[in-house]
Structure formats: structure tokens, C-alpha cells
Design a binder for this molecule. Structure first.
Ligand code: CU
Length: 465
């Protein structure tokens, strides 16, 4: 293994790993750059009742600050967020900042990075994100129940100079499994959920509503941020004839914006879109989920009308924000696999079925178990996941981003990093990554029932040499 800072002498040939590291250098900041601005706020997790979904009646939920989705936190790159968190739930909990590269002690993983916050207890999270983008936060304790009951919120980190979009809109996609009383079905981790792709609900919402509608004007340019907060459901939104480009995936900008041609938005994934409306645009565009083509779902509507429209001459023509430095890593698949992970299921455990990584099922955030892999910060790693099951496994890594290199051995040139990738049934995927932040980080399936039934492990990153 060769660290980034070493071996850059010009007088000798570089090894393939050195070339991969050179390509990676500068891809994203290694350290936060605090600007001195601190946003202090209180977040309380508590049971409450909300008029949700289609507006008929009250839904008993668990909520951050009485809202589902929880509050959208918005700060600027370089700002510090200090959250005084209070747990008023009947269970222990934590907050995990999904996709944010935080110091290990702020990652919100019970036992591993902090004690669980007991009922009535408090914890202060203080983070200065290193990246601008769309992130979200949710519990990492009994998450298949706590997230399903409504505990999640969005964190937006604005660029130091945000692009001048006419509107910047968040859509949190979720689904709910309601019973005959139109309340959250009270059994979690059922055998059905565990044997399939987790808990898929019978009501789909965007921002907690079944009839979300985005109002646009002719000539508008809108940044739309999608977050999938569902336990198990994958969404593949279809935007019909709209002019849509992908700006960012899992928070980070692309090498350059690319036309949107569908995207499998798995639990945990985020997608930032640039939508341009022509000066003659009008009408209603239904946005439809086509993950299963034979069973599509209406998600929301985008309506364009001329009321309050801008002067057509002022149509927006700025360049979409982009990163410009996402390594192609064409040589990465020639590198040896650092570690292979086999994803599978077996009978046993407290739920009757266990989801395993390399034949091990994680239980109770057992911090005493050794990490599945130890990596040195600043080295290139090729991880390979082989799904021996027929179910879906969106694999999420805490504390680091990766690039998808191949599916079933076929190279994939995604011009973006990810923190979550969907591994389909019987599929093998290869990831490339350079860990930067030392600590013990979780790696798990983001189908929360699979995670709860064991499909979690830890990766250890040692400080750079
Ligand atoms: Cu899974």
C-alpha cells in the first residue's frame, strides 16, 4: 500500500496504485475549513400526532421537532452545526448524519462511536461538513422501526456561492405501511419483510404528502433535491418530457452534469437535479416511479403556468455547478481485490432469519467484534460485493465515498462518487475508494430490516502513515 503523500518522485515509473492515487488527489477536501459561523439548535425526538398523508385524520408518528419529515437544516459550507439533541422516545436512539464526512465520534452509531441516548437523555452533535450537498439524518438504533415511524430530516450544505436557481426544492420520498385504522402497522421486522426487500408500504409520500405539487413558471430553472428515506423501497423517478440533468449524487457534484435518464434511488441515496423550463412551457407533468415497470406509482406533479412568470428574455443560462475532479480510475479493475464481501441469508437469530456479510450476522452494534477490514487512510482499495441472494441490498458506507467500478465484471464509468450503491439479486459489484478519515465506520445494507437482521459490519481506517 502506498500513501498519497509518498512516492511521487518524477525520476521513476509510478506503480498503478500511485497513478490511481494521483488521479484521486484533490477529488474532495481532506479537512473541514470552519469559517467561524456556528448554528446552534435543539432537536427533540418525540411521539406526536400529525395530519399526514392525504390529510384525513391524525397519524401517530415519532418526529424530530414535531415534524415529518423533520426540520430541513440549511447551512453554508464552512459553517458549523451544533445540535443539542434530546430523546423523548420510549427507546434509546442516536442521530446519524448520512453522507456527511464527520469526525468518527459524531457519526451517531451506538456503542461504536457514542453511547446510545437513553430516554430523557441528551447528546450534542457538532459537525463542520467538508462537502456542500444534500445529506440527511436519522437514528441508527432500531432504525427499521424509528425511521419508519417518521424520524428523518434533511441537511443541506450550500456552496459558498450558490448557483442562482429560481427555486431550490427538497423532495423526501418515503412510503408507509398503514393498517386498517390508517395507522402505522405496529409490527416491525416481520418475516415477510425480512424474507423480501424490507418493509414496502401501501402509501407513498413526498414530503409527507400524497399530493405534492411543485409550481414552476415558464423560463424557470429549479434545483430539485431527492432523498429516499424509505426503509426498503427503491424509487426510479420518470420526469417525462422535462429537461432534467443530474447535478449531484449522494451529495457530491458530478464531473459534469449529465442528462437524466432514470436513476435507481435506493434507501439512503440522494439525487440533485437541474430542471429547465422553456419560456413556452406550460401544463402538468406527473412524476412517476418506474422501478417496477409493471407496477408504477404516482409520486408528485410538476405544474408550469404563466402566473407571475418572468420576462422570457431572462431565461437562466448559468453553467450548472459541477466538480470537475472525479477520477475515471480506468486502471482500477486491474488492481487486486482488497476484500470480497459475500451477501447472503440463513435461518436463525432472534428474527428467525439472518442477513449475513461473509457468513457473519451483526447483532446489537457489537463493538467488540473485529472489523471486517482494516484500511490505511490514503490508500486505494477495491472492494467487491457478491450478492448470493435474490434480494436487493443497497450497500452504504459511513465516513467515506466510493466510485462504482463495475457491475458483474463489466466496467461502469459513473462520473460521480456515491455513499450507497444498490446491489441487485445475484449481482457482483466492484467499488473503488480512498478512505481519508480514521476511525471505525459502519458498512451495512440500507434496507433497514436487512441491517437489523445482521447485514452490518465495520471497517476500520487507520491514520495515514
Ligand atoms: Cu439488504
Amino acid at each position: 500500500m502506498v500513501a498519497i503523500a509518498l512516492g511521487t518522485g518524477a525520476c521513476r515509473r509510478r506503480s498503478p496504485e500511485e497513478r490511481l492515487l494521483r488521479e484521486f488527489a484533490g477529488a474532495y477536501p481532506t479537512a473541514a475549513r470552519p469559517n467561524g459561523t456556528i448554528h446552534e439548535l435543539d432537536i427533540v425526538a418525540a411521539p406526536t400526532e400529525l395530519p399526514l398523508l392525504d390529510g384525513s385524520g391524525k397519524l401517530r408518528v415519532w418526529a424530530y421537532n414535531g415534524q415529518v419529515p423533520g426540520p430541513t437544516l440549511r447551512i453554508r459550507l464552512g459553517d458549523t452545526l451544533r445540535v443539542r439533541f434530546t430523546n423523548r422516545l420510549p427507546q434509546p436512539t442516536t442521530i446519524h448524519w448520512h453522507g456527511v464526512r464527520v469526525p468518527n465520534g459524531m457519526d451517531g452509531v451506538p456503542h461504536l462511536t457514542q453511547p446510545p441516548v437513553e430516554p430523557g437523555g441528551t447528546f450534542v452533535y457538532e459537525i463542520t461538513p467538508k462537502d456542500a450537498g444534500t445529506f440527511w439524518f436519522h437514528p441508527h438504533v432500531r432504525s427499521s422501526e424509528q425511521v419508519e415511524r417518521g424520524l428523518y430530516g434533511v441537511l443541506i450544505v450550500d456552496d459558498e456561492r450558490p448557483a442562482p436557481y429560481d427555486a431550490d426544492v427538497v423532495w423526501v420520498l418515503d412510503d408507509w405501511l398503514l393498517d386498517e385504522q390508517r395507522q402505522i402497522f405496529g409490527q416491525f421486522n416481520t418475516m415477510h419483510d425480512l424474507m423480501h426487500d424490507g418493509r414496502w408500504g401501501n402509501v407513498i409520500t413526498v414530503n409527507g404528502r400524497t399530493s405534492e405539487r411543485l409550481q414552476a413558471h415558464p423560463g424557470d430553472r429549479i434545483r430539485l433535491r431527492l432523498v429516499n428515506s424509505a426503509n426498503g423501497r427503491i424509487f426510479k423517478p420518470d420526469f417525462g418530457g422535462l429537461d432534467v440533468r443530474i447535478l449531484a449524487v449522494d451529495g457530491l457534484y458530478l464531473r459534469e452534469a449529465i442528462p437524466y435518464r432514470g436513476f435507481e434511488l435506493a434507501p439512503g441515496n440522494r439525487l440533485d437535479l437541474d430542471i429547465r423550463f422553456g419560456t413556452a412551457a406550460s401544463g402538468l407533468q406527473p412524476i412517476v416511479d418506474r422501478f417496477y415497470e409493471q407496477q408504477t406509482n404516482h409520486l408528485a406533479d410538476i405544474v408550469v403556468d404563466g402566473v407571475g412568470a418572468r420576462d422570457p428574455a431572462s431565461e437562466r443560462s448559468f453553467a450548472p455547478p459541477a466538480h470537475g475532479h472525479v477520477p475515471a480510475w480506468r486502471e482500477a479493475l486491474a488492481q487486486p481485490v482488497t476484500k470480497q464481501f459475500r451477501l447472503n441469508a440463513r435461518r436463525g437469530g432472534e428474527h428467525g432469519i439472518e442477513w449475513t456479510i461473509n457468513d457473519a450476522a451483526f447483532a446489537g452494534h457489537d463493538h467488540a467484534a473485529p472489523p471486517a477490514l482494516t484500511m490505511r487512510a490514503g490508500t486505494f482499495q477495491r472492494l467487491q460485493f457478491t450478492n448470493l441472494s435474490y434480494r436487493l441490498h443497497p450497500i452504504h458506507l459511513h465516513g467515506m465515498f466510493f466510485r462504482l467500478l463495475a457491475r458483474n465484471g463489466v466496467p461502469v464509468d459513473e462520473p460521480f462518487f456515491r455513499d450507497t450503491v444498490l446491489v441487485h439479486g445475484q449481482e457482483t459489484v466492484d467499488l473503488g475508494l480512498v478512505p481519508l478519515d480514521a476511525g471505525r465506520w459502519m458498512m451495512h445494507c440500507h434496507i433497514l430490516e436487512h441491517a437489523e437482521a445482521g447485514m452490518m459490519t465495520t471497517l476500520e481506517v487507520l491514520p495515514p502513515t
